[in-house]
Write a protein that binds this ligand. Structure first.
Ligand code: ATR
Length: 285
């Protein structure tokens, strides 16, 4: 039996145990996947306990993705650039490798499941928090013609764009172009945790036109506020973050076991049921 887990706070709504159980069934692996809710100051202790119990590895979700960088002995390129780790693997040597599969998960969902191309496209990213920092590098690798980031707190967008030396531009709402090819929302506006300001959408409407594809990193059984706005504005195609959630999990499974599970069938099963009614945080693995 291979022990795996997700460590976070909260983890109650996490779909990861279900997803990894489906992967295990399909690939013939024997897996026990636990949800571990660690106290806010208890990530190191929770991780040590899992490793003592013989865990093969584990996922990390809010708010511990940054702390998990310190736990890892080595960091993958994506984890290092994002300074955030969502997957830890105990290597044969006993060392812990840290990975970030969020961005590649998003790219796989867009390019393979949705058949949206990123190459040569003008992209706008809404938000500049943890979820956005994890996705930029793999998107850049697809060769978009431009990536703009707009955020309620402009200084955070500037700081994030600076890490990518001229390849990504932080823009103010007044500087946004019309009709981006792809708009990705990584803003937590619309989540129950965003409170009364949940409906604020600090973006001019001209950014979305009839050839714009819109992706919300949040996943939800009901339409998210961002995707409903995109529908009203006549967007070409829309998708929520369920596919990204499953794809980042598939990449983690591959890191642990060297087997690539059939993610599309898991996405279909989850769309058919098993989800919460509340919109879910994009960072909730
Ligand atoms: P996560 O890890 O989910 O990305 P985060 O790091 O707290 O969470 O980032 C949340 C993002 O959503 C930020 O870009 C935040 O904008 P600020 O940087 O200005 O805080 C954005 N956000 C949250 N609530 C918002 C709201 N009501 N309107 C617009 N943007 C909002």
């Amino acid at each position: 039996m291979n022990l795996l887990a997700v460590v976070g706070n909260p983890v109650g709504h996490s779909l990861s145990p279900q997803i990894h159980q489906m992967f295990a069934d399909e690939t013939g692996m024997s897996v026990t996947y636990q949800k571990v809710q660690a106290p806010l100051d208890g990530f190191a202790e929770a991780s040590a306990k899992l490793l003592d119990q013989g865990a093969v590895g584990f996922n990390i979700t809010v708010p511990f993705k940054f702390e998990a960088c310190d736990l890892a002995d080595t960091l993958s390129q994506y984890a290092s650039r994002a300074q955030a780790v969502n997957t830890i693997k105990r290597e044969r040597s006993g060392l812990l490798s840290g990975h970030n599969t969020d961005g590649l998960g998003l790219v796989r969902d867009m390019t393979e499941n949705l058949a949206w191309s990123i190459e040569g496209k003008q992209i706008l990213v809404l938000g500049a928090g943890g979820a956005v920092s994890g996705i930029l590098e793999p998107i850049l690798e697809q060769g978009p013609s431009s990536i703009h980031i707009v955020n309620r707190t402009h200084a955070k967008a500037v700081a994030l764009a600076e890490k990518y030396a001229g390849k990504i531009q932080a823009v103010k709402p007044s500087e946004l172009s019309a009709n981006y090819d792809l708009v990705i929302s990584g803003s937590s506006a619309g989540l129950p945790s965003a409170g009364e300001s949940a409906q604020e959408m600090p973006i001019p409407k001209q950014i979305i036109g009839e050839h714009t594809c819109c992706y919300d990193l949040i996943y939800s059984k009901t339409e998210t506020p961002f995707l409903s706005l995109c529908r009203d504005l006549g967007a070409k195609e829309r998708a929520d973050g369920l596919g990204m959630l499953v794809e980042q999990a598939a990449l983690a499974f591959e890191i642990w076991f060297g087997k690539r599970p059939d993610s599309a069938s898991v996405i279909n099963k989850l769309r058919g049921g098993h989800m919460n009614d509340e919109p879910e945080n994009p960072d909730l693995t």
